[in-house]
Design a protein. Structure first.
Lengths: 130, 297
């Protein structure tokens, strides 16, 4: 899909994207010549189709994470732990390890994290007083 | 007024570039895998996953590095059959670290990502109505991520356990430049009919067909050793009906199902039984056919 500023006969450029919110993405394009702006509003199926391809509208600013699409889209997915985070959890006394794992995962889910890293553990520890 | 083709690029998202990057990541990963084999069937319930786990074990017993990708996204069973269900995948420096099964077989399955035993595979999507619009796309993307984001390391064989039905096979040639297939069936006319369609599809897609494995090929009496019929015979050998080379026949043995339930490949515990020997011979044949190109169609 491409957008053309009819007045300038100029291809429009991506400006910004918002959402998805309530199943819709708002993607703004502007004419580099006259500055005219239009917004593309996707319906839920279009939003999902784009998401299902594992691509980011507006381009990627950071490289994708391993299994990024599956982990962010699967409704009932396990949180994955990095090897460093697992090593750190191993240092928790065995009797308290399961509880610590549970608390950290609960915190991570509440914060919208899909992966437990040492940084997430630090955050959880500070917030939950672990 | 400019036309679509006169405008270069896609306004800044570089979707093509993102897809190319996905492809490059996939190719880099596949460069470490010598052979990929899809285990397929047109029919459900023929024992495809049991064959996959036992073939993986039999190839590993020959000293090969083996991985198994459970491509049955909605009905994963490979993790259970390898006894690794409940283990958690970890993220390492080179991607997701696959779970290690017996003989160091590397396993990835949707089952290892689901949070609860009874959790169905439901995608968190804004368009839950009419999911057919996007469901196929997300499942292909999942397969791509499983292939590209798993730290397989160097593998001699990667076995891909496909879901029943032929619809998932056409996705694979787009992901895997060289794909071998094994067809699993049972000696019944109903199964042969649907399997025939899968074979035709594999041939159309130019997947290299290594051959056919006939599962539940008779019931072996454990008292007298005689092989009795489990399905009514059509009078013609399955291999003749389907017109593909036969890799081997696995007789029905209740211990195969018991081993699967216990999470141990049958061939590891019962390699000296008729079925165990059949698995080992098929593994030898696969190795020979794939190395020397024998039997490929």
């Amino acid at each position: 899909m491409k957008f053309l500023c009819v007045a300038c006969d100029e291809a429009m450029k991506y400006a910004e994207a918002q959402g998805p919110e309530a199943g819709s993405l708002s993607v703004v394009f502007h004419c580099p010549h006259c500055g005219y702006r239009v917004a593309l509003l996707t319906n839920p199926w279009e939003t999902q189709l784009v998401r299902s391809l594992g691509v980011v509208i507006g381009g990627r600013t950071v490289p994708s994470e391993p299994l990024e699409l599956v982990r962010t889209t699967l409704a009932d997915s396990k949180l994955l732990w990095t090897a460093e985070a697992e090593e750190r959890l191993e240092r928790v006394p065995e009797f308290a390890r399961a509880m610590a794992r549970q608390s950290i995962e609960r915190y991570a889910r509440e914060q919208g994290y899909h992966e437990i890293t040492p940084h997430v553990m630090d955050e959880a520890r500070a917030k939950l007083g672990l | 007024m400019k036309t679509y083709r006169e405008i270069a690029g896609d306004a800044g998202s570089d979707i093509l570039g993102q897809v190319k990057e996905q492809q490059a990541r996939l190719q880099a990963r596949l460069a470490q895998i010598t052979h990929t084999i899809a285990v397929m069937s047109g029919k459900g319930g023929v024992g495809k996953s049991v064959i996959t786990t036992n073939m993986a074990a039999a190839l590993a017993m020959l000293g090969h590095q083996v991985g198994v990708l459970d491509a049955d996204i909605n009905g994963p069973s490979v993790a259970k059959m390898f006894g690794v269900r409940g283990q958690t995948l970890k993220v390492g420096k080179n991607g997701v670290v696959p779970v290690l099964g017996p003989l160091g077989i590397k396993i990835i399955s949707m089952d290892l990502l689901l949070s609860r035993d009874e959790a169905p595979v439901v995608w968190d999507a804004p368009a839950q109505q009419d999911p057919f619009v996007w469901r196929g796309t997300i499942e292909v993307s999942t397969l791509r991520e499983f292939l590209a984001d798993t730290d397989w390391g160097e593998l001699d064989f990667l076995l891909i356990d496909l879901p029943p039905g032929p619809e998932r096979l056409p996705n694979l040639p787009g992901l895997l430049p060289v794909l071998h297939t094994i067809v699993v069936t049972i000696p019944s006319e109903v199964a042969q009919l649907t399997v025939k369609r899968s074979i035709a599809l594999a041939q159309q897609l130019k997947a290299k067909l290594l051959g056919l494995i006939e599962n539940m090929a008779g019931y072996l009496c454990r008292k007298c050793g005689a092989l009795g019929e489990l399905f009514p015979s059509s009078g013609e050998e399955t291999v003749n009906v389907l017109g593909v080379p036969l890799l081997g026949k696995i007789p029905f043995d209740p211990r195969i199902a018991r081993c699967s339930d216990r999470g141990i490949p049958f061939v590891l515990e019962h390699k000296d039984t008729t079925a165990g020997e059949a698995f080992a011979q098929i593994a030898q044949k696969i190795k020979r056919n794939i190395t020397f190109g024998e039997g490929e169609r």
